[in-house]
Design a protein around this ligand. Sequence first.
Ligand SMILES: [Zn+2]
Length: 418
Amino acid sequence: MLIKTILNRIQKHASFVYGTVRLIETLGSLAIEVEIEPRANSRPRCSGCNRRRPGYDTLKPRRFAFVPHWGIKVFFVYGLRRVNCIACGGILVERVPWAEGKSPLTKTYAWFLAKWAKRMSWEEVARAFRTSWDSVFRSVEMAVLWGREHMDLEGIKAIGIDEVQWQRGHKYLTLAYQIDAHCKRLLWIGKERRVKTLMSFFRWLGRERTAAIQFVCSDMWRPYLKVIAKKAGQAIHVLDRFHVMSHFNKAIDKVRASEARALKAKGHKPILKHSRWLLLKRPENLTPKQEVGLALILRHNLRSVRSYLLREDFQGFWDYVSPSWAGKFLDRWCTRALRSRIDPIKRVARMLRRHRALLLNWFRAKGQISAGAVEGLNLKVKLTTRKAFGFRTYRAIEIALYHTLGALPEPKTTHEFC
Ligand SMILES: [Zn+2]
C-alpha cells in the first residue's frame, strides 16, 4: 500500500519496519492503522539505560496516534517488548524511537500539535485535529521542555525585567526577557514578584552569564531594584520608558475617576464620560472622533486635564540626548508637578525624584538597547494570558508563555509536517 511507501520516505526507524496497513471504521469514523514490527533479530533497547538487552516478553499491541491524513486519524500499532536488564536490575519496557514513555501520541504528532499551537489557541488546535485539550497541552509541554533544554544562552547582554498580572486578586508573574537587538525573547518566568522570585532568575542564569550583562531594564518595583543592584551591579540599570509612563497612566486614571464622581455628585454635565481612553492614549494614536472629544475636554480647567497635560509635557524628557539636560528638565518638571495639588500626580513626581539616577541612566544606555522591546514583549504576554486558552493553572500559563515567546529551538527532522 502507498501509505507504507510514504512513511518509509518521511519517517524511517532503523530497527523497525512498517507492516500491514488497515482502514478501519468505528462508530462512523475512519482510522488508518499501521502495524509496526521489529526488524528480524533486532534486540530491544532498555528504556532505563538505552542499551540493547535480551527480550523478556511482548505486551499487548498499543495504539500511538500519528499525524492525521485526509482528515482520517492515523495510528501506529505496536506491542512493546519488555527486556531483562541487568544494569537496571529487573524487567523494563523497551524504548521505541517514535514515542516517549507512556504517551499515547507519537513524538511526530506531538510536535505537529505543538507547532499549530503557536498559530492558534490550544482549544482550536484540539478541535481542528479532533484531539483533546490535554493532548495539545502535553504536546506543547513536551516541545517547551525540549526547547528549554536545548536553548542557547550565550551572548546575552541586555535583559528586561517585567511583571504581569495573570489572575484576579493581585497574582503576578515575574518575567525576564532578553532584549538584545539580535535576539528578543522570554528567558524565564517566576511566580509572584518578590525578592525571592528574581533571585531565582539570576540563580537560573548562572554567575558567569549574569556578570556578562551590560544593561538591565526594569520597573521601579522595589524588590526588583534591590535584587538587580545586588546581582547585576556591573550593568547599567535603566528604568524604561514604557514602565515609567505606565505609572502616569495609572495616576491619570485615578484622577479622572474620582473627578468624574465628584462632578456627578455636584450635578454637573458629565464632561468626563467616555473620556478614559482619550486621556490615556497618546494624542497621535487617537481617531479623528476621539481628537474632537479630547479637544472638548481640554477646554475645561479640570484636574484630569491638568494631569494629562503634565504627562504630555513629561514625554519631552525622553527626547533629550544629554543626561545632564534631561536631569534639569526632570527637576523642573517635578517642581511643577509637586505644586499641582493633584495627589496621584504628586506621588508620581516624588517617585521619579527618588529614582533620578536610574532614570538618567536611560540616556547613558541610549541606542544600545532597543527601547520598545520590553513593551512589545509585555503586549504579547498579555495577549497570550488573555486568550481563552482555558488557563487555570500556573503550569499551563508558564508553558504557553515559553512556547509563544521563548523563541525555543526545535529538533531537526527529515520531513516538515506543517
Ligand atoms: Zn537498562
